[in-house]
Write a protein that binds this ligand. Sequence first.
Ligand code: SF4
Ligand code: SF4
Length: 55
Amino acid sequence: MIGVTRYCVGCSFCRLVCPTGAIEVMGKAEINHELCIECKKCVSYCPLEALRVIE
Ligand code: SF4
Ligand code: SF4
């Protein structure tokens, strides 16, 4: 599962790269886990490393 940490500044890069539209940004990124396919693209694109893989 992908989690958003407190380092998120809401820049929306992750939302733009997500292939399934699983990310909404309202001040901070929010992951819709029903749409997320765990491709981890958002994790690698976040400039602040604010997204983490949570086991
Ligand atoms: S790319 Fe990173 S900092 Fe930007 S909205 Fe997504 S999680 Fe937040
Ligand atoms: S892991 Fe992939 S599908 Fe899931 S939120 Fe990130 S970019 Fe979207």
